[in-house]
Design a protein around this ligand. Structure first.
Ligand code: NOJ
Ligand code: CA
Length: 696
C-alpha cells in the first residue's frame, strides 16, 4: 500500500467539545452542527439524544441488553468515568471513491456501573462527526464471567416525527427487496413476506434492514446503519408505530435459540446515524468507513480495480446454462466452455477490460437449486469436461486479462469452509486474484440465517483466508457492507441489494426506474456494490419476451459513474456491444477515483455524481432519473481551472423513454471548462454520461 501520509493527533480536550454533570454529558461534532447528549434517566437508565443544528433529530432513546443467564442491562446505573478526546487524521484508501479520507471527530467514552448485577460495568462510546454519529457498547473483562449469551440488544432510535422513509424489510436472509417509500407509520415489512422471486427469505416481524434512510419535514436527511460488523449478528430495526420508535432487533439463530454468544472483552458494532441537510451529502459521507479500523492487510497492489465482462448474463437470459448435463447426459447448452471463455477474453482484451468472470465452470450445478441436501455438491476445483481451466487462464494471461473465479456455495458454508484453502491455493497457483462468491438458498445447517452471528463469522473467515492467498472477494447474497473494506481492502465489492439480474427473470416487472435513484441513497451508503450495469439490448430480445431493463441506454452508461464499485461489469453479450458507438463510454470510464462529488439528488428521484479518475486528469459525470423526466443544470465549477476539456456527452435522444424507446441516444462532443454551465434533459427512466478529457 502507498505510504500513508497521515496527519494525526489525539488530545485531551477541554470543555469546547463536551460538557457534563453527574448524570449527563454532552459531546459536539468538530463544527458543532451535531450535538449528542448522553444521560441517565430516572432509575439510572442509560439514554441518549441527538440534535442537528439545534433541532432535535433523536429524542430520548434508551440503551440496554437482555442476556440469557444474567440480569439485563437496563437500570440503576451510575456514571463512574467519562473520557473525552478529539481526533483528526487523513488516511488513504488503496482504492475507492476518493483517495484521501478525513477522519475527524470528538468522542466520549462513558463508563457505567451497577454493582448489584453480574455484568456490573460496561462502556458506551460515542464518536461525533460533522456528517453523523456512531456509538457502540464496550464490554471489558468481567470478574469470573468468561462469556455471555445475548438474547437481544435494546438500542432505541426515538424519532421526532413521522418521517418519510425508504426501507426494505428486516429480512434475516436476503436484502434483495425493492425499496419502499412510506411514512414511518406506514412501514409494513410483513406485507412483503411472501416473495416468489427470492431464493430465501425470512421476515419474522415488522422491522427494516439497514441502511434505512429518512427525510424529516424540515428536509433533514437521516440514514441509520451499522459499522464494523465483525463478531456479532446483523442488526435489523423493529418498528413501533405508536411511539415513532425503532429498536435494535438482532438476527437470531433458531438452531441455537439465541442471538449471540460472546467472550469478554468485546465491543459491539457501531450503531450509526448519518445526518445531512441535503440528500446528496449522505452519499459523500465517509462515516461508515471511518468507524472501521485501519488496513490490516498492508500492500494489496495485487488487486487492481477493473472493468470486467463474462459468462454470466447469458445464463440469466436462458441463452445458456450453468450446468453441463441433464439426467447424466450433456444438454449442449453449457455456457462455461473453453471456446466461449476465449471469445470473452478476446473481446475483453480488444476493448481494454481487465477481467473475465466465468460462472458454471465447476461441477455441481446439476444440484444447485431445489435440492435440500447441498453439502458436498460443489468442490471449487473440478472443471466440467468442456472447460479447460489451465488453458483458459494461460490464454487470458497472454491477452493481458485476468480470470475472475466463481464460487457458488449454494448456501452450504460448512462445505465451503472445508475447501477454502484448497480452492484459494488453486487460485494462487493460477495467479487469479479475485473471486465472486454466492450463497443462493436457505443456509445449511437449518435454523441459521444469512445475516446471523454464525454467518457473519463465516463471511469474515472467507475474507481473512482469501487475504492469505492474495484473493479479493466480491460476495453475492452477502452479509451487509459495514465499511470493513477499510480494514480488509480485499473486500472489494458485494451484492446485498436487488441487482440487474432481476431484470432478466423476476416475475414482478424487474427493477422499476426509481430503484437505482433510491439505492444510491440507501444501500450505497454502506459501500461498493456489484450491480452489473451495461445492458444494451434493453428489451432482452429474443431471449426474454416478458422481461426488460427499465431504463434508457444512456442511463445504463451513467450507472458506471453513479454506482461505486472497484469492479464494474459490462454485463451484456458480446454481440450487443459490437458496432455500438455508446460502448465507447464503457471503454473510457474510470473505475478508481481520486475524488467523487455528488452534485445533486433527491432520494428515489434523481442523482448526479462527478468523479475524477486516479492517476490522470479525466473526469466523468453520471446522472440518472426515476420515471419522472426532468432538466438538470450542471455547473462544471469542480473542474481544474487551468484545463480545458474535450467532453463526450451521451444523453437520451429526443424521443427516448425507458419503455417506449430506450435505446434512442445522442452522442456529441464539445469543449467544456470550469465556467461552463449546461442544462441536460433526462427523459423518463433516463440519464446522461459525460467523459471529460483535458485538451493537451
Ligand atoms: C446469484 C448471484 O447474484 C448471481 O450473480 C449469480 O449468477 C448466481 N447467484 C449464480 O451463482
Ligand atoms: Ca443475488
Amino acid at each position: 500500500m502507498k505510504k500513508i501520509i497521515a496527519f494525526l493527533f489525539v488530545l485531551l480536550v477541554t470543555s469546547s467539545c463536551t460538557s457534563s454533570n453527574n448524570d449527563s454529558v454532552n459531546v459536539y461534532s468538530p463544527s458543532k452542527n451535531i450535538e449528542v447528549n448522553f444521560q441517565l434517566l430516572d432509575e439510572g437508565i442509560p439514554a441518549y439524544l441527538v440534535k442537528f443544528n439545534g433541532i432535535s433529530v433523536i429524542d430520548t432513546s434508551k440503551l440496554g441488553f437482555d442476556f440469557k443467564e444474567f440480569s439485563a442491562i437496563k437500570k440503576n446505573f451510575k456514571i463512574v468515568d467519562v473520557q473525552e478526546n478529539s481526533f483528526n487524521e487523513t488516511w488513504q484508501m488503496p482504492w475507492g471513491e476518493t483517495k484521501d479520507v478525513v477522519n475527524n471527530y470528538n468522542e466520549i467514552i462513558v463508563t457505567l456501573q451497577n454493582s448489584d448485577i453480574e455484568i456490573s460495568t460496561f462502556k458506551i462510546h460515542f464518536k461525533v462527526y460533522d456528517d453523523g454519529i456512531g456509538f457502540r457498547y464496550e464490554f471489558p473483562h468481567q470478574n469470573n464471567i468468561d462469556s455471555i449469551i445475548i438474547l437481544d440488544e435494546n438500542t432505541e432510535f426515538n424519532l421526532t416525527e413521522n418521517h418519510t422513509c425508504w426501507w426494505i424489510p428486516g429480512d434475516w436472509d436476503i436484502y434483495e427487496h425493492l425499496y419502499n417509500k412510506t411514512s414511518f407509520t406506514e412501514i409494513d415489512a410483513l406485507a412483503k413476506a411472501k416473495h416468489v422471486n427470492l431464493a430465501q427469505t425470512y421476515i419474522p416481524e415488522n422491522a427494516v434492514n439497514t441502511p434505512v434512510t429518512m427525510r424529516t419535514s424540515d428536509g433533514i436527511h437521516l440514514s441509520f446503519h451499522e459499522a464494523n460488523l465483525t463478531d456479532y449478528p446483523g442488526m435489523t430495526l423493529k418498528i413501533d408505530k405508536d411511539k415513532l420508535l425503532m429498536s435494535s432487533e438482532l438476527v437470531g439463530s433458531d438452531r441455537l435459540g439465541f442471538k449471540a454468544k460472546l467472550k469478554f472483552p468485546f465491543n459491539t458494532p457501531w450503531r450509526t446515524i448519518q445526518i445531512a441537510n441535503k440528500a446528496a451529502e449522505l452519499i459523500d459521507s465517509k462515516l461508515i468507513v471511518n468507524l472501521n479500523e485501519p488496513n490490516k492487510l498492508g500492500d494489496i497492489s495485487w488487486f487492481k480495480p477493473k472493468k470486467y465482462m463474462g459468462i454470466w448474463w447469458e445464463m440469466h437470459l436462458g441463452k445458456s446454462q450453468w450446468s453441463y448435463s441433464n439426467n447424466g447426459k450433456p444438454h449442449g447448452l453449457h455456457g462455461a466452455t473453453t471456446e466461449n471463455a476465449k471469445a470473452f477474453i478476446d473481446f475483453a482484451s480488444e476493448n481494454g477490460f481487465g477481467g473475465v468472470l466465468v460462472e458454471g465452470w465447476n461441477t455441481g450445478w446439476e444440484k444447485w437449486v431445489g435440492f435440500e441436501d447441498r453439502e458436498g455438491v460443489f468442490d471449487f476445483v473440478t472443471p466440467y469436461p468442456d472447460y479447460n481451466l489451465e488453458e483458459v487462464v494461460r490464454y487470458a494471461k497472454e491477452k493481458g486479462v485476468e480470470i475472475i473465479m466463481h464460487h457458488e456455495t449454494s448456501a452450504a458454508p460448512r462445505t465451503y469452509e472445508q475447501q477454502l484453502d484448497t480452492a484459494f491455493a488453486l487460485m494462487k497457483r493460477l495467479g487469479i486474484h479475485s473471486v465472486k462468491t454466492g450463497y443462493v438458498g436457505k443456509i445449511i445447517p437449518k435454523g441459521e440465517y444469512h445475516h446471523g452471528h454464525w454467518m457473519v463469522k463465516h463471511y469474515r473467515k472467507v475474507l481473512e483466508t482469501a487475504a492469505k492467498y492474495q484473493v479479493a472477494v466480491n460476495a453475492h447474497e452477502p452479509i451487509k457492507d459495514t465499511g470493513i473494506r477499510r480494514t480488509y481492502p480485499n473486500a472489494i465489492s458485494r451484492e446485498g441489494m436487488r441487482g440487474q439480474e432481476f431484470n432478466a427473470w423476476s416475475s414482478d416487472g424487474g427493477n422499476p426506474p426509481n430503484h437505482l435513484p433510491t439505492v444510491a441513497f440507501t444501500r450505497m451508503l454502506a459501500g461498493p456494490f456489484d450491480f452489473t450495469p451495461g445492458v444494451f439490448n434493453i428489451k432482452l430480445e429474443p431471449y426474454k419476451k416478458d422481461n426488460q431493463v427499465n431504463t434508457t441506454l444512456a442511463q445504463q452508461l451513467a450507472l458506471y459513474v453513479v454506482i461505486y464499485s472497484p469492479i464494474q461489469m459490462a454485463c451484456d453479450l458480446i454481440e450487443n456491444y459490437k458496432d455500438q458507438p455508446a460502448f465507447q463510454f464503457i471503454k473510457d470510464v474510470g473505475v478508481d477515483w481520486d475524488k467523487s462529488i455528488t452534485l445533486n439528488g433527491e432520494v428515489g428521484e434523481f442523482v448526479t455524481i462527478a468523479r475524477k479518475e486516479k492517476n490522470n486528469d479525466n473526469w466523468f459525470v453520471g446522472s440518472i432519473t426515476s420515471e419522472v423526466a426532468r432538466d438538470i443544470e450542471i455547473d462544471f465549477g469542480f473542474l481544474d481551472a487551468k484545463l480545458k476539456y474535450n467532453a463526450t456527452i451521451y444523453q437520451d435522444g429526443k424521443n427516448a423513454h425507458w419503455n417506449d424507446n430506450p435505446t434512442d441516444i445522442e452522442i456529441k462532443n464539445m469543449e467544456i471548462d470550469k465556467n461552463s454551465k449546461i442544462n441536460f434533459h433526462l427523459v423518463a427512466g433516463g440519464g446522461f454520461a459525460i467523459s471529460l478529457v483535458p485538451i493537451k
